[in-house]
Design a protein around this ligand. Sequence first.
Ligand code: HEC
Ligand code: HEC
Ligand code: HEC
Ligand code: HEC
Ligand code: HEC
Ligand code: HEC
Ligand code: HEC
Length: 230
Amino acid sequence: MTSRTVMAPPSIPGATFVGSGKCAQCHDDVSHSFDNATHAKLIAEGSNGQEMGCESCHGAGSLHVKTGGAFGTIHNPTAETCFQCHLDKRGEFNMPNSHPVMSGKMSCSDCHNPHGGDAVAQGDTTQMESINSTCLQCHVQQGGPYVFEHEASREGCVTCHNPHGSMNSKMLKARNANLCLQCHFQQNTSTGQIMIGGRDHGSFLSRGTCWSAGCHEAVHGSHVSSSLRF
Ligand code: HEC
Ligand code: HEC
Ligand code: HEC
Ligand code: HEC
Ligand code: HEC
Ligand code: HEC
Ligand code: HEC
C-alpha cells in the first residue's frame, strides 16, 4: 500500500460525531452492506474515534440526525473528499491522460463502491475479471466478442491501462514495446535477431509501437486477423 495520511474528515459547522451506529437507524440498507467494507475499518484519532466509518467521508452527523436528515446537514462526498486520504490519486487524475473525474464528468464511485465489500466495484483489486466488467459497462467495444481474442484482455484491462491516469496516451502503462514485452518475451539470439512470438522483430521495432505502424492495431481482439493486425 502506498503512503496514506488520514486527514480531518469533512467539516460541518456546529456538528459533532455520533458514530456509524446512529446512521443505521435510518440508512439500514447502506449500513448493512458497510459492515464488510474496506472503509469500515478506518479509525480516526482522539475520543471520537469509535465507529468513525460513515463520518470519515460524510462529516460529523449530529445535526443531520437531530433534524431527521434535513437538506444540507451532511457532506455529499466528491473526489476532493477521497483525496484527503488518497493524496497520490490527485496526481494521477491530473495527468494529461486520465478519466474525466477532475472535470466532474465522472466520479470515483463510478468504479469504486464506497459502501460495500472491497472498495473496487464488483470485486477487489486482485480480481481482474470483475474489474473488467466495471470497465466494460462503459467501454462495450473492447469486450468483443472477437473471433480472435487477445488473451491479455482476460488477464485484465489494468495490465495495460492505468485506470486513473497516465502520462501516456490512452492511459497506457508504457508508451513503447515494454507494454507488450511484459508478457511476450524478447530473445536476442546469437545472430542478432530479436525474436518475439517466434518471429524476428528486429526491423519492426524501429517503425513504431507494436500497436501502430500497421502491425497489431487490433490489440483488444480481431474479427479477421489471428495476429491482431486489424
Ligand atoms: C433520523 C433519521 C436519519 C439518521 C439517523 C441519519 N440520516 Fe441521513 N438522511 C435521512 C433522510 C430523511 C435523508 C434524506 C432522504 C434520503 O436521501 O434518504 C438523509 C440523507 C442522507 C444523505 C444524502 C444527502 C444528500 O445530500 O443527498 C447522506 C449522505 C446521509 N443521509 C448520511 C447519513 C449519515 C452518515 C448518518 C449518520 C451520521 C445519517 N445519514 C443518519 C435521515 C437520517
Ligand atoms: C469512503 C467514503 C464513504 C464512506 C465511508 C461512506 N460513504 Fe456514503 N457516500 C459516499 C459517496 C461517494 C456517496 C455518493 C455515491 C454516489 O454518487 O453514487 C455516498 C452516498 C451516500 C448516501 C446517499 C445515496 C445513497 O447511496 O443512498 C447515503 C444515505 C450514505 N452515503 C450513507 C452512508 C452511511 C450510512 C455510511 C456508513 C455506514 C456511509 N455512507 C459511509 C462515500 C462514503
Ligand atoms: C478518512 C480517510 C479516507 C477517506 C476519506 C477515503 N479513504 Fe479510501 N482508504 C482509506 C484507507 C486508510 C485505506 C486503506 C485500507 C487498507 O490499506 O487496507 C483505503 C482504501 C481504499 C481503496 C483500496 C481498497 C482495496 O481493496 O485495496 C480504495 C479503492 C479506496 N480507498 C477508495 C476511496 C474512495 C473512492 C474514496 C472517496 C469516496 C475514499 N477512498 C475515501 C482511507 C480513506
Ligand atoms: C475508471 C475507473 C476508476 C475510477 C474513475 C477510479 N478508480 Fe481507483 N481504481 C480503479 C481500478 C480498476 C483499481 C485497481 C487497480 C489495480 O489493481 O491495478 C483502482 C484502485 C484504486 C486504489 C487502490 C490501489 C491504488 O492504486 O492505490 C485507490 C486508493 C483508488 N483506486 C482510489 C480512487 C479514487 C480516490 C478515485 C477518484 C478520485 C478513483 N480511484 C477513481 C478504477 C478506478
Ligand atoms: C462510468 C463510465 C466509465 C467506466 C466505468 C470506465 N470508463 Fe474509461 N472512459 C470513460 C470516459 C467518459 C472516457 C473519456 C472519453 C473521452 O474523453 O472521449 C474514458 C476514457 C478511457 C480511455 C481513453 C480513451 C481515449 O480514446 O483516449 C481508456 C483507455 C479507458 N477509458 C479505459 C478504461 C478502463 C481500463 C476502465 C476500467 C478500469 C474504464 N475505462 C472504466 C468512461 C468510463
Ligand atoms: C495488451 C494490452 C491491453 C489490454 C489488456 C487492454 N488494452 Fe485497451 N488499449 C491498448 C492499447 C495499446 C491501446 C491504444 C490503441 C491505439 O492507440 O490505437 C488501447 C486503447 C484503448 C481504448 C481507447 C480506444 C481505442 O480503441 O483506441 C479504450 C477505451 C480501451 N483501450 C479500453 C480497454 C478495456 C476496457 C480493456 C479491458 C477489457 C482494455 N482496454 C485492455 C492496450 C490494451
Ligand atoms: C498480460 C499478458 C499480455 C500482454 C501485456 C500482452 N499480451 Fe499479447 N498475448 C498474450 C497471450 C497469453 C497470448 C496468446 C498466447 C500467445 O500467442 O502467446 C497473446 C497473443 C498475442 C498475439 C497473437 C499471436 C498469434 O499470432 O497467435 C499478438 C499479435 C499479441 N499478443 C500482441 C500483443 C501486443 C501488441 C501487446 C502490447 C500492446 C500484447 N500482446 C500484450 C498475453 C499478453
